[in-house]
Design a protein around this ligand. Sequence first.
Ligand code: PEP
Ligand code: MG
Length: 588
Amino acid sequence: MTFSVHGIAVARGIAIGRAVVMGSGRADVAHYFIEPAQIDAEIERVRVGRNAVTEEIHRLQHTIAGMGPKEAPHELSALLDVHLMLLEDEDLISGVKHWITERLYNAEWALTTQLEVLARQFDDMEDEYLRERKADLEQVAERILRYMKGMSSPVAQPPSPRRKTQQDLLLDDSVDVPLVLVAHDLSPADMLQFKQSVFAGFVTDVGGKTSHTAIVARSMDIPAVVGSRSASHLVRQDDWVIIDGDCGVMIVDPSPIILAEYGFKQRQAELERGRLSRLLHTPAVTLDGQKIELLANIEQPEDAEAALKAGAAGVGLFRSEFLFMGRKGRMPDEEEQYHAYRKAIEGMQGLPVTIRTIDVGADKPLDESRRDAAHLNPALGLRAIRWSLSEPDMFRTQLRAILRSAVHGKVNLLVPMLAHGSEIRQTLSLIDFARAELDNRGVAYGPVQLGAMIEIPAAALSLRTFLKYFDFLSIGTNDLIQYTLAIDRADESVAHLYDPCHPAVLGLVADTITECLRQGKGVSVCGEMAGDTQFTRLLLGLGLRSFSMHPAQILAVKQEVLRADTARLAPWARQVLESDEPSQALGA
Ligand code: PEP
Ligand code: MG
């Protein structure tokens, strides 16, 4: 039966494929396709893992048999019996074989997929005792996975993603169909791991439009919907689904008529991409001759390639925190960071690169296990520069790495979430300290332009202080909206109130641009507003000449730039600002 699930649209386009429903915490498992010749070896890997766990349990049973009831209560032995039974379960074994043989999933992926199928069956059981056995099943699978981690996969390199875009794919039940990932939650680090993956689209139950998970999904340029609340419960493993990333809808088990319609939309979107690609070498100049700088936001040094391909004039925001995430507490040292920054700089072939110092906290935990549960309000807590200043050794390590990388190209150093004069002065003195440390060690470093992000209303209201110290400002509208309107950007339940057009937000953006222009300082917008074509004309009218966005958005924004006349847009933008309902005046 066809039904739809509604969420928040975060990344454009249509994906049609089979659902891969992923349980919480399963994202760190590798997902790739194997070659048919590797089927037997993958099945063998699971078999060896399962046998090892079985043996381990037998050994444990043997040990506790010699213990008294105090040290080894009877329940423990009964529990081990249950685990052994689950390990022998025919549904587990045949299911895993099915995913490997029929779908060519790698062993870990096949095991976790079958785990999801069985977990649903346990959830549906009437008997409470049996329902609770789901936890045992998960433990057993976890142990097999741990064993398999120690065994190298016969597949050296994950093959490239398989994507088909024609709706007639649905008639083809072969392995070669697109897959879309449906999960309760994916952390930004999980998302990043899926960047080179097999998935053609994403749906998550939680998240807001500018949550970092959504931002990474957008950077992957594949359709995505977040905040769908219950998608991961309603969709079953392997269901056919359509993701409409423009409208924020997932259609499950679509009828042939719906499929035909979405197949058509998909082809239209491809044509539009083709049209936009013709603008690649066209300079971004408005009708009245204003040169506009279109920069890229990147998360990893490797993204420089996509930035160059999209015709970016440089990197306006390198979110360096992604180098630090998901590493189980082991921070990259100065050398590793230096090489990563250098790689991004060299990748941009002489174009400027703006490296933002680490911005962790809130919805970007360093590690899933360290998710900030201890703090009631992590978005208002020890985040970004606040965290850096509380860890001065770590911060100076990063500063030294960035300063050293500046030998290899034009580098701007950008500091996130500053609000206080004292934070600014502390930051600047740590930068001086980092330079002095490099001098003492006799290590070369290069000049950097210093910039601050304007993301907190207090910063936007104290521009004079900021401009006294910094060469340029970069407006982080994602956070500026969050903090001006007191809306958690990652919380789907208040997503309808997250409004870039709120007069207070637009006023702060406009004042920041105006003051920078007046003082002859550089200013850009690097939040999601910069890549949203709804706002291009308004920002141009407010005087903005530098936009930083995901590479995939550059050509669409360029198209708006080419059609714009800033002399005409300026008075119109003022009217929008003065309106009680700017979104209506804007037509957004
Ligand atoms: C912003 O807040 O607009 C921004 C660009 O930074 P981030 O999204 O990483 O918080
Ligand atoms: Mg921010």
